[in-house]
Design a binder for this molecule. Structure first.
Ligand SMILES: NC(=[NH2+])NCCC[C@H](N)C(=O)O
Ligand SMILES: [Mn+2]
Ligand SMILES: [Mn+2]
Length: 298
């Protein structure tokens, strides 16, 4: 595979400092070497430049914090991702907070008629400025990609929506806000909460997910928020939620995706080295990327 790595040191989609160092931490944990050892062609495009949150009216808008700076960075990311896909390469985006999914999807989705999305996350990120309890845009990125919310977010890349509700599968959810629950029901979004994962087991969940996406999509983006994992395995995240997916379940999920060969773009987000324990979360991210890109135990 020809893989292009894009770092997005974004921390303006939420309020805890440090997640902007995520891309460095993941590189330090050895992502390039890990993927090169699997005989992939790796190109590291460096980091997207993130503006400063200096526009007073943005910062002060408690319903959409740092809207302008988040939107600008996502416009840049969309252009870079679009170019990577146009060159026939696989975009691998390293975050940064989850607001960057808006830009990644804007760059990817125009290349597919029916892009599928796997949202591996403790959260739904399906809030809009109306339903968000925090005003943090990292909790709005999936909604924005569905065309819901502020036009500065939904119109990144100049078009909307990026993804259809029936092409989304959420895996690992255990912290959903009221408005998000309503939206999931109203739009019929497929979701495996921790309840279904406990009941069915990860093998069945991934078999069903893969079969579901295979029959209706022509490409699949994996958006993996490290807080989908249990804080025991991924302590370095800004919004940890207990009772999450284990390291083992997550490896199995990545291995099954690798085997199914359905993933056409991916991002790993919310790694926050300041909150981490000896770069454990970045190391977990790198290990999961190893499995996603074909690493086998024997
Ligand atoms: N990408 C994330 N970690 N999102 C967390 C979102 C938390 C909460 N639902 C909110 O809207 O603020
Ligand atoms: Mn999350
Ligand atoms: Mn998220």
């Amino acid at each position: 595979m020809n893989i292009s790595i894009i770092g997005v040191p974004m921390d303006l989609g939420q309020t805890r400092r440090g997640v902007d160092m995520g891309p460095s931490a993941i590189r330090y944990a050895g992502i390039v070497e890990r993927l090169e050892n699997l005989n992939h062609d790796i190109e590291d495009l460096g980091d997207i430049q993130i503006g400063r949150a200096e526009r007073v009216q943005d910062v002060m808008n408690p319903k959409l914090r740092n809207l302008k700076a988040v939107a600008e960075a996502n416009e840049k990311l969309a252009v870079t991702v679009d170019e990577v896909v146009t060159r026939g390469r696989f975009p691998l985006v390293l975050g940064g907070d989850h607001s960057i999914a808006i830009g990644t999807l804007a760059g990817v989705a125009k290349h597919y008629k029916n892009l599928g999305v796997i949202w591996y996350d403790a959260h739904g990120d399906l809030n809009t400025e109306e339903t968000s309890p925090s005003g943090n845009i990292h909790g709005m990125s999936l909604a924005a990609s569905l065309g819901l919310g502020h036009p500065a977010l939904t119109m990144i890349g100049g078009y909307s929506p990026k993804v259809k509700p029936e092409n989304i599968v959420i895996i690992g959810a255990r912290a959903l806000d009221e408005g998000e629950k309503q939206l999931i029901k109203a739009k019929g979004i497929k979701i495996y909460t921790m309840h279904e994962i406990d009941r069915l087991g990860m093998t069945k969940v991934m078999e069903e997910t893969i079969a579901y996406l295979k029959e209706r999509t022509d490409g699949v983006h994996l958006s993996l928020d490290l807080d989908g994992l249990d804080p025991h395995d991924a302590p370095g995240v800004g919004t940890p939620v207990i009772g999450g997916l284990t390291y083992r379940e997550s490896h199995l999920a990545m291995e099954m995706l690798a085997e199914a060969q359905i993933i056409t773009s991916a991002e790993f987000v919310e790694v926050n080295p300041i909150l981490d324990e000896r770069n454990k979360t970045a190391a977990t991210a790198v290990a999961l990327m190893g499995s996603l890109f074909g690493e086998k135990l024997v």
